[in-house]
Design a protein around this ligand. Structure first.
Ligand SMILES: C[S@@+](CC[C@H](N)C(=O)[O-])C[C@H]1O[C@@H](n2cnc3c(N)ncnc32)[C@H](O)[C@@H]1O
Length: 306
């Protein structure tokens, strides 16, 4: 336990499945704003375009929810894009909203069954879904298993090791959080009872709370991919405990190690992150130096100036 008494960032706590958070496709209200019109867009857009020109084959979005990100992918390429999700209601909404898009389709599907249904995929993305996948090793095994030899993985999710502020600010009162944390350690039934007792059944804070507890650390994901022979490049979203990770098969040619997310963007992102982590802030001076040095505006500018 940390001295906050609530959140032990060293230990992942899977989501209570009986709450159905893994199928809450209405989470889209929380996610829809994420990839459009924010400062992160430039980075994501660039990284995706960079990956798409370096590989061939269809694109797969795992845990696509109601399909907004899969649709965004379909605008970046003429290739076939497929979104899969275990929630048939989410897939129904996705089909309703984007059914007319020529190179986009949606199917009900489980991350753990990918190899039965797909092969020779050029890019697998999973946006804010990883924390729902309790078997990280098998999820990565399935995701990397469907890729063609030059294929890429793109992951975006919370970073549990840095997520304490997200927990603190999730909107729940501290005593309630303490109670929920204890309930989580006891049983799913206790969690359900605690939620009902506190009148939180429709409270979106619950979603953030349990999702963050269930998140992985960037390091855990990099390790899982490394075991499968994949090399990862990562960067953080500044001021937010979320990471981007792009991975591809490590090979003797060390192909495009820095080509993937764009060398400059990746360097800038990592350096800002290190600084941010070390100082819990960001100074104007650092930003100016980086801009001057690399002739670029840092891609991740959602920071709070000290
Ligand atoms: C937080 S939503 C993310 C949706 C979308 N990618 C976005 O960013 O808005 C997570 C999604 O993962 C799906 N999911 C959970 N477990 C899954 C599994 N085992 N296989 C496939 N999808 C899963 C859920 O149904 C949910 O729609």
């Amino acid at each position: 336990m940390t001295n906050h008494g609530l959140f032990n960032s060293a230990v992942r706590m899977p989501e209570p499945k009986t709450l159905g958070l893994d199928r809450l496709y209405l989470e889209r209200s929380l996610h829809n704003g994420l990839y459009h019109g924010t400062d992160v867009d430039g980075y994501l857009d660039k990284a995706l375009r960079s990956m798409l020109v370096r590989t061939e084959g269809p694109v797969l979005e795992v845990g696509c929810g109601t399909g907004k990100f899969a649709h965004y992918l379909s605008t970046l390429t003429d290739r076939q894009v497929c979104g899969i999700d275990i929630d048939q209601n989410a897939i129904a909404v996705a089909n309703q909203e984007y059914g007319n898009v020529r190179n986009l389709r949606f199917n009900v599907g489980n991350v753990y069954d990918l190899n039965k249904n797909f092969s020779e995929v050029g890019l697998v993305s999973t946006m804010m879904s990883l924390h729902h996948f309790d078997d990280l090793g098998e999820a990565m095994n399935q995701i990397t298993g469907v890729l063609n030899p030059g294929g890429f993985v793109l992951i975006h999710d919370w970073e549990r090791g840095l997520a304490l502020p997200d927990i603190e600010n999730c909107g729940l009162e501290r005593p309630v959080m303490d109670e929920l944390y204890g309930a989580h350690a006891a049983s799913e039934q206790t969690v359900n009872e605690t939620i009902r007792k506190n009148g939180l059944s429709d409270d979106p804070s619950i979603l953030t709370f349990f999702s963050v507890l269930a998140a992985y650390t960037k390091k855990e994901v990099v390790k899982a991919l490394d075991r499968l022979g994949f090399y990862s490049e990562t960067t953080m979203v500044l001021g937010d405990a979320k990471f981007y990770l792009a991975a591809y098969r490590a090979n003797p040619l060390k192909r495009t190690i820095h080509g993937l997310c764009d060398a400059l963007y990746d360097t800038v992102g990592s350096r800002i992150t290190d600084y941010w982590i070390a100082h819990h802030g960001f100074t104007t001076g650092t930003r100016i130096d980086i801009e001057k040095e690399l002739g670029l505006k840092p891609p991740l500018v959602n920071f709070k100036e000290k």
